[in-house]
Ligand binder design. Sequence first.
Ligand code: NDP
Length: 293
Amino acid sequence: MTASIIDGKIIAAELRGRVAAEVARVKSEHGVTPGLAVVLVGSDPASEVYVRSKHKQTQEAGMASFEHKLPADVAQADLIALVQKLNTDPTVHGILVQLPLPKGLDTDAVVNAIDPAKDVDGLHPTNAGRLASGMPALSPCTPLGCIILTKSVHKSLEGMNAIVIGRSNLVGRPLVQLLLNENATVTIAHSKSRDLAKLCAQADLVYAAVGRPEMVRGDWIKPGATVIDVGINRLPGAEGKTRLVGDVAYQEALKTAGAITPVPGGVGQMTVACLLVNTLRAACAIHKLAAPA
Ligand code: NDP
């Protein structure tokens, strides 16, 4: 048996198309143009690539895109002052401060300064708390993408056994909450968990969000399980280039899984698409319009 490939590229493109259609409707019916402000501090090359991609996709969806670049040595107070200005800017519905921030800046203080109604990264404690309480919330984009990819295979996740490996605030924890909202039965694993292979073997749904190249082996996976690989790890490749691998040993897992996301071309594709979804949702909530489907 060879697993079917969950094509994040196609699923993300469909999602962006749906967002663009909703943006056009909100603009024509209500005169509201959803706007996303991205704040980039310093010049980390990977962050610059992400910010460019967010800018391009935001514009392609018909939204307003505002970029704010600050030097790596910006004062904490100046960064927070910019966030506060964006909080009160009526053309901005979503605020994203690109992480990680350069050393010396207090990430928690910056995230906490964002108006929770505009917190499209879903990292503000108000949104994290609302999500954990089962209340409507802006949820982090990568876990949202994971759920959409899973639902491209399984219409309902009710009663399924899921394992989430990794418990970061960005991926693992919110993913657990979203899976609970879908009525899955969830095991949360982390660096102190014992016998991961045995825990994985019981799971119908495996989510790997660890940051360790190919840690999850093919023989850990229950035959037919759905595997969502969040990991993005850069390894040395041929001719001095680098290659990307996930947290799952893909070639091995292909032989046991029922469906699997590739790296690249899986979860990574969904993250920015879900950022657009969150920005549209935030704009609708701020203007008291019906939430998009
Ligand atoms: P973090 O480093 O914040 O968290 C890693 C988690 O993995 C921690 O909870 C840690 O446990 C756990 N862990 C580490 N080692 C082991 C181990 N040996 N066994 C079991 N669990 C372990 O990473 P992130 O959550 O931010 O990211 C995870 C991966 O996802 C990375 O590869 C990252 O690049 C990728 N990523 C991809 C995105 C995308 O768009 N596709 C977006 C965001 C991240 P403990 O808590 O005990 O330390």
